[in-house]
Design a binder for this molecule. Structure first.
Ligand SMILES: [Fe+2]
Ligand SMILES: [Fe+2]
Length: 280
């Protein structure tokens, strides 16, 4: 592979807004297996606007509420501590990371759907000792490198996206060919700079090559990404994803025959995805 030093320099120079303070606190909470209602409430006190948006969402039926949620602790009781944590994470990231040269909505819809599917697969396949509290966040941030390229390269990245679409080839292959680095690696570099938990960084880095990772969450994200792309929830670059790799299913102890049931569950979560998109 030809490393393009000019691209690397631009990546190093790109300035991203720092994640809101609430995300830093949530990243710490993601490292814990159990997060308490009190910890979530304390994290939300860092951001009153965020707390108000979370309350509004927690009142919607799609999120399991019934219009009678009046406080963050009520919200935690109604929809659960993990769901509140995931909502705050999603809203915070969508707020600070917005694409310039490609469309916001399909991109974030893809990321939210993959996040949801990653958590579903974790719930379906995780055994004792295989808890991954960061599963949702790992799915949410897996393609974040596309936003890094977008900021660093501007219209040059638009050309890369157009070429991948025109050639009907996986984006990461075309990026590697034209830029010497793909969005998976670019995303992992940014998440490292943001001091995100290691499993999140690893899931971003190897979501297209999970066979090279010991991190189970990288395998979860890879399969969730494949499933969502094949169901049509892709980020709008238009290429047809690779066919299912049988070993991706086997690694998680799943049979490909489980796909129809998983597809139904992913689609059931789309109401929630739309609500989050509308609230961002
Ligand atoms: Fe990707
Ligand atoms: Fe993706």
């Amino acid at each position: 592979m030809r490393i393009n030093t000019d691209v690397l320099q631009r990546l190093d120079a790109v300035e991203f807004p720092s994640p809101p303070a609430v995300v830093g606190r949530l990243s710490q909470l993601l490292n814990q297996e159990q997060t308490t209602a009190a910890e979530i409430s304390a994290a939300l006190e860092l951001d009153a606007t965020m707390a108000a948006r979370v309350l509004r969402l927690a009142n919607s039926v799609a999120l399991g509420g019934d219009g009678n949620v009046h406080s963050v602790s009520d919200a935690v009781l109604r929809v659960g501590v993990e769901t509140i944590r995931d909502i705050v994470y999603a809203l915070s990231m969508m707020g600070v990371l917005q694409p310039i040269t490609f469309e916001y909505r399909p991109f974030w819809k893809h990321c939210l759907t993959v996040a949801h599917a990653t958590r579903l697969l974790q719930e379906r396949t995780g055994k004792a000792g295989q808890e991954h509290p960061e599963a949702y966040a790992a799915g949410l941030l897996h393609d974040i490198g596309m936003l890094v390229f977008d900021r660093a390269l501007g219209s040059r990245y638009k050309t890369v996206l157009a070429k991948a679409r025109a050639r009907g080839r996986p984006l990461w292959e075309v990026e590697t060919e034209l830029l010497g680095i793909d969005h998976a690696e670019a995303g992992a570099r940014m998440l490292t700079a943001w001091a995100m938990p290691t499993p999140l960084v690893e899931a971003a880095r190897l979501h297209h090559r999970p066979g090279e990772s010991e991190e189970r969450v990288a395998h979860l994200v890879n399969l969730a990404d494949l499933i969502c792309n094949n169901l049509g929830y892709h980020h709008g670059t238009g290429f047809l994803p690779a066919l299912f790799a049988a070993d991706g299913w086997a690694r998680l102890g799943l049979e490909v025959t489980a796909l129809p049931t998983i597809a139904v569950e992913v689609r059931k979560g789309m109401d929630r995805v739309e609500r989050l998109l509308a609230a961002a």
